[in-house]
Write a protein that binds this ligand. Structure first.
Ligand SMILES: Cc1cc2nc3c(=O)[nH]c(=O)nc-3n(C[C@H](O)[C@H](O)[C@H](O)COP(=O)(O)OP(=O)(O)OC[C@H]3O[C@@H](n4cnc5c(N)ncnc54)[C@H](O)[C@@H]3O)c2cc1C
Length: 390
């Protein structure tokens, strides 16, 4: 039997097969380079498959993040078409239940959305009756973000791996921990590789690689509780859903004066939601079930213990949104990279040596901006283009 020995030589090596790693792999492979992705698991199991799959343009603050989200949306659309995975393009609906929530939508539509060209429409209370058979008519208004997309991450990521492998010739080396990286070399549990460029996209693992460069960032993790629920009546939801609490969380809205009023209202009416960092989002899965979440617990280490009262809050809010009981099918914990809450920097790009660059997200929007970020970093490393700086 002839055994063909693989050449451990590549142009661009990538550490991590999460969305950041795959985005950088795509950007490099699209330029005709030989790309090798190393992943310690047998398939992606990190933040990138535990999320809502929302490719959220509407929620990003004006400037670099909005630009990256637009670029990412275009890339996701290309991937979904080419790789054939499930994607919704109807956008998102942000429902306002209270007067204070409605005022945030109004302020956003009348000011920021116009100034920065967000593709949104305000839906009045009267229009909600015609939407999903009036299932959301108990809300005061809604914001339709027309530019947003949603994928089913646990299927999209493996499909993307397969697409990159078969269509772009990307080599994947799974079940392999990268132990060390340096200019020209990658040292792994499956042997050593030579690589001209290495991009480390290691998510919230801050110790295995580049720990000296990472330490000054004071990296933290954010732990999130998530549920998948079944509605009692079929709804055939085509939009990802956001709620008033999302206005306190996402940079597009959070600094608006009306959002500060809303923050004060929630502090007085439902402070437990703020204590647990809860804001309700919903993503419909392809089978009609609903992914709902989330809570935010920031720590140096992610505690493994889920709190039942957090799940109870999420279920209560979701049942109020849908105006009906929901049955829990699945529970899980997501973890993503973060930084201390007073540091307003959504991601870091560190060129630690001529041939080694690290890229890490510090907020929960890697699906929304990751593909654009990958294109920006690879364009910078290979063609000297300007980096998108957040
Ligand atoms: C519950 C939840 C909901 C979210 N919802 C959304 C959303 O709807 N929209 C959105 O935009 N963002 C969302 N996010 C955020 C988004 O998922 C993250 O920002 C993004 O997935 C981070 O991608 P990543 O590639 O950096 O990390 P990961 O997906 O964690 O990937 C890192 C990979 O690197 C591998 N790795 C690390 N070190 C090594 C090593 N030394 N050798 C080999 N492999 C290594 C790990 O095994 C892992 O697979 C959510 C996150 C969570 C947790």
């Amino acid at each position: 039997m002839n055994v063909v020995k693989r050449s451990n030589d590549t142009d661009v090596s990538i550490v991590g097969a999460g969305i950041l790693g795959l985005s950088h792999a795509f950007a490099a492979a699209s330029r005709g380079l030989r790309v090798t992705v190393f992943e310690r698991s047998g398939t992606p199991t990190g933040a990138s498959i535990r999320n809502f799959g929302q490719v959220l343009v509407t929620g990003q603050p004006p400037g670099a993040m909005l630009g990256l989200a637009h670029a990412s949306r275009t890339i996701w659309k290309h991937w979904a078409d080419q790789a054939g995975f499930f994607a919704r393009e109807a956008g998102c609906l942000l429902f306002a239940r209270t007067e204070a929530e409605t005022r945030v939508i109004d302020e956003f539509v009348e000011t920021r959305a116009q100034q920065h060209g967000y593709d949104v429409e305000r839906l009045a209370h009267s229009q909600l009756a015609a939407l999903y058979e009036g299932r959301f008519a108990h809300h005061r208004a809604a914001l339709h973000g027309r530019g947003d997309m949603q994928v089913f991450s646990r299927e999209a990521l493996p499909a993307l791996v397969e697409y990159l492998r078969t269509t772009h010739g990307v080599e994947f080396v799974f079940d392999t921990l990268v132990k060390d990286v340096g200019d020209g070399h990658v040292c792994t549990t499956s042997g050593d590789w030579r690589a001209t460029h290495t991009v480390v996209c290691s998510g919230h693992d801050y110790l295995t690689l580049l720990s000296d460069a990472l330490a000054p960032l004071g990296p933290r993790v954010c732990r999130l509780q998530m549920l998948r629920v079944r509605p009692t009546r079929e709804i055939a939801l085509q939009h990802a859903l956001l709620t008033g609490l999302s206005c306190l969380h996402y940079g597009a809205f959070a600094d608006l004066p009306a959002a500060r009023d809303l923050q004060r209202e929630v502090e007085s009416t439902d402070p437990a939601l703020l204590d647990e960092g809860i804001h309700l989002l919903v993503s419909p899965a392809p089978d009609g079930s609903l992914i709902i979440g989330d809570s935010h617990d920031y720590n140096p280490d992610p505690m493994p213990f889920n709190e039942e009262h957090v799940d109870a809050h999420l279920l209560r809010l979701a049942q109020r949104l849908f105006n009906e009981p929901l049955e829990i099918m699945q529970r899980w914990q997501g973890v993503y990279g973060a930084r201390p809450r007073n540091v307003d920097r959504p991601f870091s790009i560190l060129k630690v040596s001529p041939g080694v660059t690290g890229v890490w997200m510090h907020t929960g929007v890697g699906m929304s901006v990751g593909p654009g970020l990958g294109e920006s970093v690879i364009g910078h490393l290979l063609e000297g283009r300007m980096l998108s700086a957040a």
